[in-house]
Design a protein around this ligand. Structure first.
Ligand SMILES: [Zn+2]
Ligand SMILES: [Zn+2]
Length: 357
């Protein structure tokens, strides 16, 4: 991807020379997610064009330099099927890392496929091979979890989980998830796994709502069939004995959804905003009604940490049959079909799209 709006280009790269601790993967699958659409639409600042998109991927190890290990000491060898934490380079010595303990806000962090430039190497998944730099946190897929299972969750898997953790779900909570994309689906599943008593979803289009229903969500409505915000608010109140939800997780990308979240939540409840990955504009709020008097806790959620990837991958391994994660994959594309994949993701005709180089 050379610049916003420009056609994708094929480029040949020479085989990377691995530094000690480096790993070369043959790409098995890489996801196409909303981020890639935002990149191509020019919604993200400071992108080091040209880039190789694809931030969450799985591959087979074809070469290692030295004895790279996973974060817990297990050696990574040729033939292993792995995924990796797409973020690296957190410095461990800035204010965010060291004092505030907010490593997702470290200014030095880099993300495969987003903030890595193609002139630096094979640092994105829409490629036949991916180069894992020393220190990139690599994890083997275990316990029967397949590439399809993991990629069905994709980046939504740890993102949804981190939003649920941030929202502090406790046993019995009523949770409303706004948005039926990969992050919303994952958040709904993890809310249930973390003990939510009732999980509700508002989103669309229809096939995504069906996907959520098939995975045991309690109630879900297609926003296309309930267009009036007032009607949606009444629906949430009806579903929560008139109180509103204990927790609302916004995963839509539509700024207006944040205001609705503050109307869906009960007094003293929590709202997590995880869907506003790009700046889609401002909204009007009543600070009195929506925040102060409501005694609400409003939380942003930027990126995810390694622990979220690790824990959500474990959750996926344990629940792959119950929740059919692999079933979220709607369509697979070859590298030369990546443009079509972006188009299908943009118009939401697919829930999870994969590039299979
Ligand atoms: Zn830092
Ligand atoms: Zn993504």
């Amino acid at each position: 991807m050379t610049a916003p709006g420009k056609p994708l280009e094929f480029r040949d790269h020479s085989k990377p020379v691995l530094p000690p601790g480096g790993i070369l993967l043959e790409t098995i699958a890489s996801e196409v997610c909303g981020t890639d659409v935002h990149l191509h639409d020019g919604h993200l600042d400071s992108v080091p064009w040209p880039i190789i998109p694809g931030h969450v991927s799985c591959g087979r190890v074809v070469e290692v330099s030295g004895h790279p290990r996973d974060p817990f000491g297990d050696e990574i060898k040729a033939g292993d099927v792995v995924t990796f934490y797409d973020v690296y380079g957190q410095c461990g010595s800035c204010y965010s890392c060291l004092v505030a303990k907010q490593e997702t806000r470290c200014p030095h962090r880099r993300v495969y496929g987003i903030t890595t430039t193609a002139t630096d190497g094979l640092l994105g998944g829409w490629s036949t091979h991916i180069e894992l730099r020393p220190g990139v946190r690599t994890l083997k897929l275990r316990n029967g979890a397949s590439v399809e299972d993991f990629m069905g969750g994709g980046c939504g898997l740890p993102t949804g989980f981190s939003a649920v953790e941030r929202g502090g779900v406790v046993f019995g909570d009523s949770v409303v998830v706004q948005g039926a994309g990969p992050v919303g689906q994952s958040a709904a599943i993890f809310a249930r796994l973390c003990g939510a008593g009732r999980v509700l979803m508002i989103g669309g289009p229809k096939d995504r709502i069906e996907a959520a229903r098939a995975r045991g969500i309690d109630e879900a409505i297609d926003i296309g069939e309930m267009r009036d915000p007032g009607e949606r608010r009444r629906w949430v109140l009806d579903q929560t004995q008139g109180r509103g939800a204990d927790l609302v997780i916004e995963a839509t990308g539509n700024p207006a959804a944040v205001r609705e979240a503050l109307e869906f939540v009960r007094d003293g409840g929590r709202v997590v905003v995880v869907g506003q990955y790009t700046d889609a504009g401002d909204i009007g709020l009543s600070p009195h009604r929506h925040i102060n008097r409501k005694h609400v806790t409003l939380l942003g959620s930027w990126g995810y940490e390694f622990r979220h990837l690790y824990l959500s991958l474990g959750g996926l391994e344990r629940t792959r049959e119950r929740f059919d994660w692999a079933g979220f994959v709607t369509r697979e594309y070859r590298l030369d079909q990546a443009e079509a994949a972006l188009g299908d993701m943009r118009n939401q005709s697919v829930l999870k799209a994969l590039i299979r180089p």
